[in-house]
Design a binder for this molecule. Structure first.
Ligand SMILES: *Cc1c(COP(=O)(O)O)cnc(C)c1O
Length: 278
């Protein structure tokens, strides 16, 4: 169903890249048009563990995780329930319309109720995947990402929401240094959340960067939007504004402040996220 050969390692040479640094992008966004990026890796072992049970998960109206779960369940012939944050808008977001068309049963709860992440009494038989696919099986699936990379790198860089993907990268990295670019503002709790998903004897160095959220989750700036356009012009690679644009813009800023030594070979993970964009 998913052909990992679609995932290529693409060298990039945007105008701002110094001659002394090499960069490439791992195109997880090319895996599948509907189950794109890192989401499939977080889902795969969870879907296996669920067996034939209905899948139940959580997300907001624009959630890439909801979109990927609904599409994956349709492709696998599984039933699924989405607990959606906030009251249903009169016109559903494109993400939710597509999820419904994929067969996901949507259940809207207030923001307060959503915070509790309760499973409704009528759905207690379901297999629960946490919001964002954030669990140990999710991280385990993301250990399958680095084996797909062509070439050798000194640094691996990835956008961070829940940190599940980053944990899988750290668990499977050997000599590379792993850097996570948080898209959330003031997410000091993330280090712990990530540490809880790590194997006891990891060998790689890793760090989480908190200065590249551009105002906070799903916030954007004109500079960031221009950056997306410019990057597309120079590389033909589309970036989403919530995650991957902040990763690449953060990488650029780190280059400018000398945070990568000369001779670094940097792999940026394109985690997808292009569904639901206007
Ligand atoms: C969900 C998502 C992330 C965040 O992944 P986590 O494992 O939650 O850190 C990053 N990039 C894109 C495009 C996403 O959709």
């Amino acid at each position: 169903m998913f052909d990992y050969r679609h995932i290529i390692t693409q060298n990039i040479t945007p105008s701002w890249l110094p001659d002394t640094i090499q960069a490439a992008m791992l195109r997880l966004d090319l895996l599948h048009p509907e189950v794109s990026g890192n989401k499939w890796f977080k889902l795969r072992h969870n879907l296996e563990a669920a067996g034939k049970r209905t899948i139940l998960t959580f997300g907001g109206a624009w959630s890439n995780h909801i979109a990927a779960t609904a599409a994956a369940c349709r492709l696998l012939g599984r039933s699924c329930i989405g607990i959606i944050r906030g009251e249903a808008a009169p016109v559903l977001s494109p993400t939710l319309q597509k999820a419904m068309a994929d067969g996901m049963q949507l259940h809207f709860v207030s923001r307060e109720a959503y915070r509790l992440k309760e499973v409704p009494a009528w759905a207690t038989d379901a297999y629960v995947i946490p919001e964002g696919g954030h669990n140990a099986l999710g991280a385990k699936g993301c250990e399958g990402i680095l084996p797909l990379v062509q070439g050798r790198f000194t640094h691996i860089c990835c956008a961070v929401g829940t940190g599940t993907t980053l944990a899988g990268l750290i668990n499977s990295a050997t000599t590379q240094e792993v850097r996570g670019y948080s898209v959330l503002k003031g997410a000091g709790y993330l280090e712990n959340e990530i540490a809880m998903l790590l194997h006891p004897h990891i060998t790689c160095r890793w760090q989480l960067l908190h200065d590249f959220h551009f105002g906070g989750y799903a916030k954007t700036t004109p500079v960031l939007l221009d950056f997306i356009k410019e990057f597309y012009r120079e590389t033909q690679i589309p970036l989403d504004r919530v995650y991957t644009a902040k990763l690449v813009a953060g990488f650029r800023q780190q280059l400018q402040t000398g945070q990568f030594p000369e001779g670094s070979r940097v792999l940026l993970i394109h985690t997808g996220g292009l569904q639901g964009e206007p």
